[in-house]
Ligand binder design. Structure first.
Ligand SMILES: *Cc1c(COP(=O)(O)O)cnc(C)c1O
Length: 430
């Protein structure tokens, strides 16, 4: 079995190791904290505080309103969007950065529904275990526009690709189990069945190579996508999110003058003409709504840059290789060292079927075990009803971190310290 020295040797040979310097983890390291929750909130990049301070003190404090032009505030979101495009296989101008994932999903789903309304298909299919906000947004939109939302298990999706299906709405990597869909294969099957496909990349963008165009394969390019700025993109709590539409759709929107439902002034073709009538901006730009949050965008750019920095070290494919290795090690160590403590692996064992997290179920005490583990300095999280979730983020998670985390997990389980009543007190955020 792997020893801690073996893990240290792997860190020594890790081509991504220098990238850990991009993050201000000194205090976290000094306090002995091992952070395995970067899939939920990425860590703070070293550059962020100075950049945000510069925006506050110089651009806002001294530049005042002039900074919309002089500091490039008005084009900042598009500048960042073009960087994110590189991470998801999209082209410049095709991605926008704005609002939250929930809101962006509302906008692109509205676009898909508008297209589907021109057919007699009225069904949206998603996964029962999809992240709830996606389901809530889809359900409300479906109800208001005469569509139905049908929820199925992952292995039932193929059977639902029929002539009633209008839109297939899936999250690439499941937030609870870490199970990953074969994006190109499912997209092609759904599109061959005449449906539109929307991908939520919240748990995959920045963690692995993503190719919305499926390498140009016939009928395998996605229709729409959304994703999150504060997970693997390290953009900070509540960071702006992103959205993408295939250019065949935006071209048609241009032709038909289609407006997205949140038709605010910054999605207007000429906001500073201040006309009373709405005229959508061309292409993806119509999906903007109101004034962008400049402080949050400044932080988001620093986060996105930490991922793009990997391009010098092999890029997302090397990130993916390390992610697979970290998760494989985590699974191996937990199963060997924590055997007999009723933890059941719920993440697929096959690397090509999982994202960058590992989840274990514990039928009765998942929450308490996670709280006791956090008290021991290993930060993962808990997802009701029974999931202990561990995110593995190759830019800053080391092999020794995995070893130490499992060492502490074994201690928490073997000592039974998770049984202390304080570990069962539920906080607002789990
Ligand atoms: C994290 C996540 C979201 C977050 O949505 P917000 O609008 O940022 O709260 C949405 N969907 C999925 C699948 C997620 O994992």
């Amino acid at each position: 079995m792997m020893t801690r020295d073996d893990c240290a040797a792997r860190d020594g040979a890790d081509p991504l190791a220098p990238l850990r310097q991009q993050f201000g983890l000194e205090r976290v390291d000094r306090e002995g904290v091992i952070y395995l929750d970067g899939n939920s909130l990425g860590v703070l990049p070293r550059a962020t505080a100075d950049r945000v301070r510069q925006v506050v003190e110089e651009e806002w404090g001294a530049g005042l309103i002039r900074s919309w032009n002089q500091a490039g505030w008005i084009t900042l979101s598009q500048h960042i969007a073009d960087k994110i495009a590189r991470l998801v296989g999209a082209r410049p101008g095709e991605v926008i950065v704005a609002d939250s994932t929930s809101i962006n999903l509302y906008k692109v789903l509205s676009a898909a529904v508008a297209i589907a309304t021109q057919t007699d298909r009225r069904r949206i299919v998603s996964e029962r275990t999809n992240f709830p906000t996606d389901l809530y947004i889809a359900d409300t939109l479906a109800r208001s526009l005469g569509f139905e939302l049908v929820l199925v298990e992952a292995d039932e999706i193929a059977a639902r690709l029929d002539d009633r299906l209008a839109i297939l709405l899936l999250t690439h990597v499941n937030y609870r189990t870490g199970r990953m869909h074969r994006m190109a294969t499912i997209t092609r099957a759904a599109r061959d069945a005449g449906a539109l496909v929307i991908w939520d990349l919240a748990h995959s963008a920045g963690a692995m190579p993503i190719d919305l165009y499926a390498g140009g394969a016939v009928n395998a390019a996605a229709d729409f996508a959304v994703g999150c700025g504060y997970k693997y993109l390290n953009g900070g709590p509540g960071a702006p999110a992103f959205a993408w539409a295939h250019p065949r759709h935006t071209a048609r929107m241009d032709k038909e003058g289609w407006r997205q439902p949140l038709s605010g002034w910054l999605g207007h073709a000429a906001p500073f003409e201040f006309t009373p009538d709405y005229r959508p901006a061309p292409g993806m730009a119509r999906f903007a709504c109101g004034t962008p949050p400049i402080l949050s965008l400044a932080a988001l750019e620093c986060g996105v840059d930490t991922v793009l920095a990997a391009e010098q070290h092999g890029g997302l494919s090397v990130i993916r290789q390390k992610s697979i290795a970290l998760a494989g090690l985590f699974i191996e160590l937990v199963e060997s060292r924590c055997a007999g403590h009723d933890l059941t692996l719920v993440t697929p064992r096959e690397p090509d079927q999982r994202g960058s997290q590992v989840s274990f179920a514990h039928e009765t005490a998942g929450y308490a075990i996670m709280q006791a583990l956090i008290a021991r300095g290993v930060i993962g999280d808990f997802r009701a009803p029974d999931i202990l979730r561990f995110g593995l983020t190759p830019l800053y998670t080391r092999f020794v971190d995995v070893w130490d985390a499992v060492d502490r997990l074994e201690h928490v389980l073997a000592s039974g310290e998770w049984r202390e009543p304080r570990f069962s007190v539920r906080a607002l955020v789990t």
